[in-house]
Design a protein around this ligand. Structure first.
Ligand SMILES: C[S@@+](CC[C@H](N)C(=O)[O-])C[C@H]1O[C@@H](n2cnc3c(N)ncnc32)[C@H](O)[C@@H]1O
Length: 203
């Protein structure tokens, strides 16, 4: 992503201007899945073309029902054109306005570059949307892009928006318990040492 990234996500997909899309699942997720396999119902908000959705679906097999959600209809149409690896589904929709049948139904959420894409003013709403989507004791597994800044992209411009561990702790502590966090050993080129993985559990 560059400082020119707008939040007209549908337009980005229509114009195939999606620099965040690396054509493969997040390396931190792939590494995590070698140690632990989320099962049950899994939501991937802001899933884009669905690389992470397919990674989770392939790992979980019949024990995982992975739903990728994205605002952009073109992203969901393109994700649906890719051959299925398991029981994954793609739904066009707004994470902040989940359909009733999805609310309170998830065992896991996988967060990757949705939190950093939304306006920082909406972060409390993001936490509430996560809590609304999960079952009690459900887990939010996340790779947070703490520091997306460089010479060309500075704080206060468009997405991606950075955050700190302290901010995350303050945002999530009201509804979630912190299970663990770690710096991923593997990252896309350019994101090394700029991400933080975390597991939070809904109370
Ligand atoms: C930077 S892109 C990342 C896409 C994907 N996670 C990836 O890494 O390729 C952010 C995505 O979040 C989606 N998005 C933004 N706000 C959303 C919302 N409120 N509900 C669902 N999806 C949203 C956008 O359409 C876009 O596909």
């Amino acid at each position: 992503m560059t400082k020119k990234t707008s939040t007209d996500w549908e337009q980005h997909y229509q114009e195939e201007n999606t620099p965040w899309d690396k054509g493969q699942a997040a390396p931190g997720l792939t590494a995590f899945l070698k140690k632990q396999t989320p099962q049950g119902r899994i939501l991937v908000p802001g899933c884009g073309l669905g690389h992470d959705v397919r990674e989770l679906s392939a790992a979980g097999g019949d024990d995982a029902e992975v739903i990728g959600l994205d605002l952009a209809p073109t992203a969901m149409a393109r994700a649906n054109e890719i051959i299925k690896v398991g029981r994954e589904q793609f739904v066009t929709g707004d994470f902040f306005d989940l359909p009733d049948d999805l609310r309170g139904s998830f065992d896991w959420i996988w967060e990757h570059t949705c939190f950093c894409a939304i306006d920082p003013d909406l972060r409390k709403k993001y936490v509430q949307a996560s809590a609304d989507a999960l079952k009690i004791d459900g887990k939010l597994l996340a790779v947070f892009y703490l520091d997306p800044y460089d010479e060309e992209h500075t704080p206060g411009e468009g997405p991606p928006h950075g955050c700190s561990l302290e901010e995350l702790a303050e945002l999530f502590r009201h509804q979630f318990n912190f299970i663990e966090h770690w710096q991923p050993d593997h990252a896309y080129p350019g994101r090394e040492n700029k991400e933080l993985m975390m597991i939070l559990q809904k109370r």
